[in-house]
Design a protein around this ligand. Sequence first.
Ligand SMILES: NC(=O)c1ccc[n+]([C@@H]2O[C@H](COP(=O)([O-])OP(=O)(O)OC[C@H]3O[C@@H](n4cnc5c(N)ncnc54)[C@H](O)[C@@H]3O)[C@@H](O)[C@H]2O)c1
Length: 251
Amino acid sequence: MRAKQIPEAAVARLAVYLRVLSGMAEQGATTVSSEELSAAAGVNSAKLRKDLSYVGSYGTRGVGYEVQVLVSQIERILGLTRQHRVAVVGIGNLGHALANYGGFPGRGFPVEALFDTDPDLIGVPVGGIPVSHLEDIPPVCSEREISVGIIATPPTAAQSVCDRLVAGGVQCILNFAPVVLRVPAHVEVRKVDLAVELQILSFHVARRADDALGNQGNPGLPDAGLPIDNGTKGDGRNGAGTDGGLGMVVR
Ligand SMILES: NC(=O)c1ccc[n+]([C@@H]2O[C@H](COP(=O)([O-])OP(=O)(O)OC[C@H]3O[C@@H](n4cnc5c(N)ncnc54)[C@H](O)[C@@H]3O)[C@@H](O)[C@H]2O)c1
């Protein structure tokens, strides 16, 4: 199956399986049953088998899946066979945490550039990387071949930051600012909103309470298994769409 035909929710779960499988490989596991993997990932085994069929992996009866083979298959489908260099813009509370987080490089996302406007921060190393000024985003991103930009600025600054990242050749943007970004069609945006995740959790708690009272709950609401909100290209989900004339996608 081609990567673009895999449902968004399954893509998010594949990333979770990859994290779990990498941990198993580190512990020396060579094979894993679908039951073990589904328990470790917190996904039911029928859904897991369906997800793994998207990457062409069906396992062997009585043996399960070869861990390294499955890791390679998921990495290939997620485009993780090469590194994606990351820039973080806005080195405040969140930006500091992201810049200092040691877990990105090992997952193929080394942080290579930091930007802010605060004169007290410019030139100061955070997580070993000196903070550059906002104005330098295009040349620095282009020179360091940054492909992922993380926006952790106040919402009022996010669009102009986004425009600079795009001018620097960045193709993927992870946006923490509570604002909808306008980007050219070739740029992919994902929006992270932890409040939405909390609201989804709240929904599931409320549904359980409903079920306990013998009601059916609300079956039409989304799977809470997604770590982040999506912003897919102009498909009408999540408020995404095109502006029709400018070739821009609003996410
Ligand atoms: N999505 C979520 O779940 C979530 C969670 C926490 C925070 N946020 C959002 O993340 C953003 C950052 O939050 P924070 O608590 O780190 O804020 P903060 O005020 O601590 O940091 C913001 C940083 O952005 C810098 N900045 C301001 N204008 C800039 C510009 N034009 N270019 C570059 N840098 C600029 C500031 O100097 C500051 O260092 C906010 O928009 C906040 O709403 C989102």
